[in-house]
Design a protein around this ligand. Structure first.
Ligand code: SF4
Ligand code: SF4
Length: 462
C-alpha cells in the first residue's frame, strides 16, 4: 500500500511530458494539469545548481487537505493510499488549497469546485502506473512501494513539513550543476500549467475580511445589548446577519452545498467556525425576535459568537502569517471583545484591549522594518490614528457625548487592520519556497563557490 512517487532531479530535463500526460489522461484540456514542472534557480545563478521539480499531490500520510476540508470531500483509498477528492461533495471554499503546502489542489472556476491529482487511482487498481510516470521519457519520474523510513525529500524548493509527503526526491549528485540533457530552463512565470498564484490577495479575499469583521461587530453588539448597555434592534441584527451570510457565500464556488461545511467538526477549524456562526445567528435571532427578556439564551448566543470568532482566527493557522492569529492586532476574537467594551462603554476593558492591540501592531511593524518588509506608514497612521488615538481622546473628553463617533472610529480602525492582515498572509507553496531557498543560498555565500566548467552538452544547448 505505501505507494510513492519517486523523482530523480538528475534525470529530469524539464520536457513537460508528465504535465501533458496528466492533462490528457484526466481530460483536463491543454491549459490545465494537476502536475507541473517548476525550476529551482530558473535564471541560472552561475554558482548555484539549477534543477527541475515535477510536482503534484504527494498523497501525504497526514493530508492537510483532508483535515482542513470542512465538507469532508476528501477520503483516502485504503487499497492504493491515494488521497481522493470527491468533487461532488466540494463546496468550493478553497480552504484545502490554503492548507496544502504543495499547491496540489487546483480550483476549477468553470465548475466552482476544487480538483487535484488522483494518483491515477483508476490505473492503479488495474495494476498500471500513473500516466505521468508512464510517459516520462527519461525515467526521472517513477512510482514504487517505498517504506516510511526510506522516504527522502529534503531539497531546496520542496517545503519541509510534518505531513509525510509520499514523494521520494533524489537530489542532484555532488558537484553537478544542471541535470544531464537539461533543456533551456523555462521562465516559470510563462510556463504552461505554472503554479497557481501563491498569494492571498485582498482583492479576491475581501468578502472574508468583511465577513470576519462584521461577525465581530454582531457578536460585540449582542454582548453589549445583553448587558443592557446597548440598544440592538432585531431588524438591525437580522439585516447584519443576512449581510454576513451573503458575504460568506460570495466566497463559495457551490453556495447551495454550503450545509456540507458543517460535516468536519472533528478536524476542520473552518467547519467549527461555520457551525458556531450558524448557532450564534440562530440563537441570537430567536432571542431578539421571540424571547427578548431571556438573558440565558442571549448569553449562550454570545458564547457561541465568541467561539465562532476564536475558530475564525484559528482557520488562518494553515497559512504563513506575521504572527499567530490570537496574538495579532487584527485577531477577530480580540476585536469582538474590544468592540463589546466600546459598545457597552466599559472604559477600563476597552482601554486595556486597545493598548494591547496598539502594542501588537507597533511591534509587528517594527519587525517588518527590521526584516525589510513593507511597513505602509500611511495605512499604519490610519489604523492607529483613526482606530485607537482618536477614540481614546474622545473617550477622555466625553464618552457619552461622542459615543457614536467613538464606535465608528474604532470599527474603521479594526477594518483597516483586518484588511492589512489579509495583505500580509502568505500561502506556503513550492514556488515561494524556491524563492526563499534561493535567496538563502545566495546570502549564505553560494555565489562565492567555485563554478564547475560547463559540460560540453550543456554548452551546446546554451
Ligand atoms: S500534497 Fe497537499 S493535496 Fe496532496 S495529500 Fe498532501 S496536503 Fe493533501
Ligand atoms: S469543500 Fe473546500 S476544502 Fe473541501 S475540497 Fe472543496 S474547496 Fe477544498
Amino acid at each position: 500500500m505505501p505507494n510513492s512517487f519517486v523523482f530523480d532531479s538528475n534525470r529530469c530535463t524539464g520536457c513537460d511530458a508528465c504535465r501533458l500526460a496528466c492533462s490528457i489522461e484526466n481530460g483536463l484540456g491543454p491549459d490545465r494539469s494537476w502536475r507541473r514542472v517548476e525550476t529551482f534557480n530558473p535564471k541560472r545563478h552561475p554558482a548555484l545548481p539549477a534543477y527541475h521539480l515535477s510536482l503534484a499531490c504527494n498523497h501525504c500520510n497526514e493530508p492537510a487537505c483532508l483535515y482542513a476540508c470542512p465538507a469532508n470531500a476528501y477520503r483516502r483509498d485504503a487499497h492504493t493510499g491515494a488521497v481522493i477528492l470527491e468533487e461532488e461533495k466540494c463546496i468550493g471554499c478553497r480552504y484545502c488549497s490554503w492548507a496544502c503546502p504543495y499547491d496540489a489542489p487546483v480550483f476549477d472556476s468553470s465548475r466552482g469546485v476544487m480538483s487535484k491529482c488522483t494518483f491515477c487511482n483508476h490505473r492503479l487498481v488495474d495494476g498500471l502506473e500513473p500516466a505521468c510516470v508512464a510517459l516520462c521519457p527519461t525515467g526521472a519520474l517513477g512510482f514504487a512501494d517505498v517504506a516510511e523510513p526510506e522516504i527522502e525529500n529534503e531539497i531546496d524548493g520542496f517545503p519541509a513539513t510534518e505531513l509525510g509527503p509520499r514523494t521520494v526526491i533524489v537530489p542532484l549528485k555532488e558537484g553537478r550543476w544542471l541535470p544531464v540533457m537539461s533543456a533551456p530552463v523555462v521562465d516559470p512565470a510563462s510556463a504552461p500549467g505554472k503554479a497557481p498564484d501563491d498569494d492571498i490577495r485582498l482583492r479576491s479575499e475581501w468578502p472574508l475580511a468583511a465577513f470576519t469583521s462584521m461577525l465581530a461587530v454582531l457578536v460585540a453588539a449582542l454582548a453589549a445589548a445583553t448587558l443592557d448597555s446597548f440598544d440592538l434592534s432585531p431588524a438591525a441584527f437580522v439585516g447584519g446577519a443576512a449581510l454576513i451570510l451573503g458575504l460568506a457565500s460570495l466566497h463559495l464556488g457551490k453556495p447551495f452545498r454550503a450545509y456540507r461545511a458543517l460535516l468536519n467538526l472533528r478536524r476542520s477549524w473552518l467547519s467549527r467556525e461555520v457551525t458556531a456562526v450558524t448557532g450564534f445567528i440562530a440563537l441570537a435571532a430567536a432571542q431578539l425576535l421571540w424571547f427578548p427578556g431571556s438573558w440565558p439564551l442571549a448569553a449562550v448566543a454570545v458564547g457561541l459568537g465568541l467561539t465562532a470568532l476564536i475558530c475564525a482566527d484559528y482557520v488562518y493557522t494553515v497559512l504563513r502569517a506575521s504572527a499567530h492569529p490570537l496574538t495579532h492586532s487584527a485577531s477577530v476574537a480580540w476585536t469582538g471583545v474590544f468592540l463589546a467594551a466600546v459598545f457597552a462603554g466599559v472604559g477600563p476593558l476597552a482601554g486595556a484591549v486597545g493598548l494591547g492591540k496598539l502594542g501588537l501592531y507597533v511591534g509587528r511593524k517594527l519587525g517588518f522594518r527590521r526584516g525589510g518588509r513593507p511597513v505602509r506608514p500611511a495605512i499604519s497612521l490610519l489604523r492607529v490614528g483613526v482606530g485607537l488615538v482618536v477614540p481614546g481622546l474622545l473617550w477622555a473628553v466625553d464618552p457619552a457625548r461622542f459615543h457614536e463617533l467613538i464606535v465608528a472610529a474604532v470599527v474603521a480602525g479594526e477594518l483597516v487592520d483586518r484588511a492589512e492582515y489579509y495583505v500580509e498572509l502568505e500561502r506556503i507553496a513550492p514556488s515561494r519556497q524556491m524563492s526563499i531557498d534561493l535567496e538563502r543560498r545566495i546570502a549564505e555565500g553560494g555565489a562565492n563557490r567555485d563554478v564547475p566548467a560547463p559540460r560540453p552538452a550543456l554548452a551546446a544547448i546554451d
